[in-house]
Design a protein around this ligand. Structure first.
Ligand SMILES: Cc1ncc(COP(=O)(O)O)c(C=O)c1O
Length: 438
């Protein structure tokens, strides 16, 4: 099929995510991607682009990692799917064991899910049902941070603190207690608001959801590990679950296997997705003994949750290979070693015209842009702004594929990128910003 045929059918039949469809159909010019390898995606005309968003943060090991492809093909030939009901299989069993071995201490049970959002959904239900079964049905509310993003389903949307994503569903989502984010810079304010909520309302609170160290979708808003340490101790003190959403941050992105590691903390529940199975939609929610044991004592106390594709053998086999590659190719220490290169390169962009702020964490580098007219966007509204799209257009001309977050543009390349490649990427990123903001 020719490139133009692909686009014609796409525009005629497909409803694209997060897309102004009228504008797209009238003037959009999508990349038509034909193949991918390592850090690059290739379009139908042979154009090559460095995938600076790692396929929406999934391709940490690069595209088409031969071991992942082989694992998938071999597994597909043997057992592709079976109901995870009264059935066990080697792929799920060995993955669960491997996950528990690398997980923060105390997370000893693995519940398999379909993606990041459903990892969040199961955590919501685990927390609510746990407290009910421990005799505290009144503990069913959640604390979430301003600027949080936890996914697309209604439960996950309820926890969201990015207004633009939440607004259309505002009358339907459940009500959460929203506290200020430490990423806004006011640590004291964030600590004291959290402390007040937990002191006064812990009897009604099931858990606190947190994106550890960086609020990704809100614009790569970073904060220091000390907030996590404080949060952990407050949750323990007030007997509230700490639920870490490591869907984005897990698997080395921040320079450690888990972002929680940088604070030396372990959550009560941990949600995984994205790099989890990298090339397939699968995730997991890991639970502590305490959470798990609340579901003992009879059939009517079982966790009332389960997706059709729970424990899918293809996803499980690939997810196990992801863990093996991370270990054998020392992916996390490579990411940690490249983090200063990312930090230096991003800092060098700070003085570029039109740049309001820069920051980096591990293998994430982000730049906030000034919008036309010199008005800096309120970050929570920035998703709808346009400067980032201009930079993305300029980057594409230079062989870099970016996905902006409104006024924020960021780099989140595969962790297998080499130092010369990262330096090249940073140079082109800076040049794209320069050209777009001139
Ligand atoms: C922190 C975080 N949690 C959850 C999700 C939802 O994951 P998924 O899109 O796989 O449902 C995302 C997606 O970007 C995310 O960044």
């Amino acid at each position: 099929m020719s490139r133009s045929q692909v686009i014609a059918l796409d525009k005629k039949y497909i409803w694209r995510p997060y897309t102004d469809m009228e504008a797209y159909i009238a003037e959009g010019d999508p990349l038509v991607i034909d193949r991918a390898e390592g850090i690059f995606i290739y379009d139908a005309n042979g154009g090559r682009y460095l995938d600076a968003c790692s396929a929406w943060w999934t391709a940490s090991l690069g595209h088409q990692h031969p071991r992942l492809v082989r694992a998938l093909v071999e597994q597909a030939a043997r057992l592709s799917h079976v109901a995870f009901a009264g059935v066990a299989h080697e792929q799920a069993s060995s993955l669960a064991e491997a996950l528990v071995k690398v997980a923060p201490e105390g997370l000893t049970r693995v519940f398999f899910t379909d993606n990041g959002s459903t990892s969040i959904e199961v955590a919501i239900k685990m927390a609510i049902q746990m407290w009910r079964q421990l005799g505290h049905p009144e503990k069913h509310r959640f604390v979430t941070l301003d600027g949080a993003f936890h996914g697309e389903t209604i439960g996950a949307t309820s926890l969201g603190g990015v207004d633009v994503f939440r607004k259309p569903f505002g009358d339907v989502v459940f009500d959460c207690i929203v506290v200020p984010s430490p990423a806004d810079g006011g640590y004291e304010r964030a600590f004291s608001a959290l402390a007040k909520v937990l002191r006064e309302d812990a009897d009604a609170i099931a858990g606190v959801f947190i994106e550890p160290l960086v609020q990704g979708a809100a614009g790569m808003r970073t904060y220091a590990p000390e907030y996590l340490r404080e949060l952990r101790s407050m949750c323990t003190r007030h007997d509230v679950l700490l639920i870490a959403d490591e869907v984005f941050t897990g698997y080395g992105r921040t320079g450690t296997m888990w972002a929680c590691d940088q604070a030396g903390i372990a959550p009560d529940l941990m949600c995984l997705g994205k790099t989890f199975a990298s090339i397939l939609p699968m995730g997991a929610t890991l639970a502590s003994d305490r959470v798990f044991s609340a579901f003992g004592g009879g059939r009517d106390r079982a966790l009332l949750y389960g997706h059709t594709f729970c424990g899918n053998p293809l996803g499980a086999r690939v997810a196990l290979e992801v863990l093996k590659i991370i270990d054998e190719e020392r992916i996390v220490s490579r990411a940690a070693a490249l983090a200063p290169v990312m930090a230096k390169g991003i800092l060098a962009i700070a003085a570029t015209k039109g740049v309001l702020a820069t920051r980096s964490l591990g293998m994430i580098g982000a730049v906030d842009l000034r919008e036309d007219g010199g008005i800096s966007g309120d970050e929570r509204e920035s998703y709808l702004k346009t400067a980032g799209w201009k930079v993305a257009g300029e980057a594409r001309k230079r062989g870099v594929y970016l996905r902006p977050l409104g006024s924020t543009v960021y780099l989140c390349p595969p962790l297998v990128i080499s130092e010369p490649e990262l330096l090249w990427l940073l140079g082109e990123f800076g040049a794209a910003i320069d050209a777009a903001m001139a």
